[in-house]
Design a protein around this ligand. Structure first.
Ligand SMILES: *Cc1c(COP(=O)(O)O)cnc(C)c1O
Length: 454
């Protein structure tokens, strides 16, 4: 590990230990023992800071709680891992988890009627309104991951054996949320370009009607799927949903937080996003937004009465189980939100960088792109069977030679050992980093004698 990164963590930890002294002392201040411990820690911190500044010293702390390694992947490498790229925290989000890491930290100023989305200090109520407005929907709730957003909707709309339309590229969590509600998955087939079209969605609805004698109760489609990150005919599918009068859930796990999303324009009844995948937030976090029409159903409040105590729980929402993200997860989302809103306005530039890299990869003879091309997203599935895999065939490290080479250059996140078909995500890389990434791939190709066109 770079000694400066090491010393940064040691300094942060030393500060946390100082913070611990405040927590364990009386509100009136330190006693003599605390005071001695405080000055001892400050001395230690100063020496860590001196090492940090000079880039000197040796690692003193390598574990948290005795057995947890320090994670420095984002400090020390360029991470192209498909699902991690847009979930990296902003600096503001990291500050928020320092300050709000304690359990129910959102609840300091929770007042009647006691619901998370009504809390105004910190500005959680405003955040909910901003989220809804930003997605051009009427209501928004924070949820522990996109999957819990799907679940709230399926649990509201799907009854036993009800058919639900999904894409043939649907994420496993969509399957599970339908299964959990007792429904049955019905997949829209892909066309020859691996796209879900409005036409095939309409055809599938007809087929399901014919086969099951039931209308599908929900259509759940990913704007960009997780396998190819191809863009599907989402707004047109929204129109089909309207024509058949079937509620439509827009799965924005790979869009909300990286590109502009306008729920009403798409014709979505529900918009679901993932905080930890695309909104620079701590896991598990996400958003479920909906139109006015669905709020009374999906956000219904409890009607249950205790048979002995006659207790009722007022405005707690059943699908949310009352409150959802009650601590650092939510505050990380809120702290990243201004930066997240801003970055969606520069999505074009992210796509440009993605295409720049892919073009350079394609210049390495034998490389292919399995996703639609030119790219409309930063996540891409590539096929290097005809390039990097040809080296793996005779290399003693097999496919691992490739990850070895990448990690030597500080590039991580490709599936270790995979040299045939694999995915990468360039989201958030600067032009300098993109150039570095492209040059590294070219250098590896040249080192192993793979032809690179200029
Ligand atoms: C990642 C992903 C999900 C799951 O998101 P979570 O926030 O982890 O629940 C759902 N759908 C798609 C298309 C995804 O890519």
């Amino acid at each position: 590990m770079s000694i400066r990164v090491q010393k940064t963590f040691e300094a942060l930890f030393a500060l946390e230990e100082i913070r611990g002294l405040f927590r364990s002392s009386l509100p009136t201040g330190f006693n003599a023992g605390d005071d001695a411990a405080f000055h001892e820690k400050i001395t230690e911190l100063k020496s860590i800071i001196a090492d940090l500044e000079a880039g000197t010293g040796t690692p003193k702390v390598t574990k948290i709680a005795g057995n947890i390694d320090i994670r420095t992947r984002e400090e020390e490498s360029l991470n192209i891992q498909p699902i991690q790229a847009a979930g990296r925290l902003t600096t503001e989000a990291r500050k928020a988890i320092i300050a709000y890491g304690d359990g129910y930290s959102t609840c300091d100023a929770c007042r009647k009627p006691f619901r998370l989305d009504k809390i105004s200090k910190p500005g959680i109520a405003d955040f909910h309104e901003d989220l809804a407005k930003w997605l051009n929907m009427d209501y928004a709730r924070v949820v522990p991951g996109a999957r819990r957003g799907f679940q709230a909707v399926t649990s509201t709309l799907v009854k036993k054996n009800d058919p639900v339309i999904v894409s043939a590229l649907a994420h496993y969590t969509e399957f599970l949320s339908i299964e959990n509600a007792g429904g049955i998955v019905k997949e829209v087939p892909l066309n020859e370009k691996n796209l879900v079209t409005a036409e095939s969605t309409a055809q599938k609805i007809e087929d399901v009607k014919e086969e099951t004698k039931k209308m599908p109760v929900l259509i759940m489609i990913d704007h960009f799927d997780y396998q190819f990150a191809n863009e599907h005919e989402i707004a047109e599918i929204g129109k089909v949903a309207k024509q058949y009068d079937i509620p439509f859930l827009y799965n924005g796990a790979y869009t909300v937080g990286v590109q502009p999303v306008d729920g009403k324009r798409i014709g979505a009844d529900f918009v679901v996003g993932s905080g930890h995948k695309s909104m620079a937030s701590v896991a598990p976090s996400g958003v479920l937004a909906m139109t006015e029409e669905w709020a009374p159903k999906a956000l219904r409040t409890t009607a249950m009465v205790g048979d002995i105590t006659k207790r009722k729980f007022g405005i707690k929402e059943v699908e949310m189980l009352g409150c959802t993200l009650m601590g650092g997860t939510l505050l990380s989302m809120m702290a990243s939100f201004p930066a997240v809103k801003e970055r969606t306005k520069h999505w074009d530039e992210e796509v440009k960088k993605s295409n720049f890299f892919i073009e350079r990869l394609l210049a390495i003879t034998g490389s292919k792109v399995l996703s639609e091309y030119p790219r409309k997203h930063t996540l891409t599935k590539v096929d290097t069977t005809g390039s990097f895999d040809t080296v793996a065939k005779t290399h003693k490290r097999k496919g691992f030679y490739f990850s070895d080479e990448l990690s030597k250059s500080g590039i991580v996140g490709e599936f270790a050992g995979a040299t045939r078909t694999w995915k990468l995500n360039t989201f958030g890389l600067s032009w300098d980093q993109i150039n570095y990434l492209a040059n590294t791939f070219t250098d590896i190709a040249e080192k192993y004698g793979l032809p690179v066109s200029k």
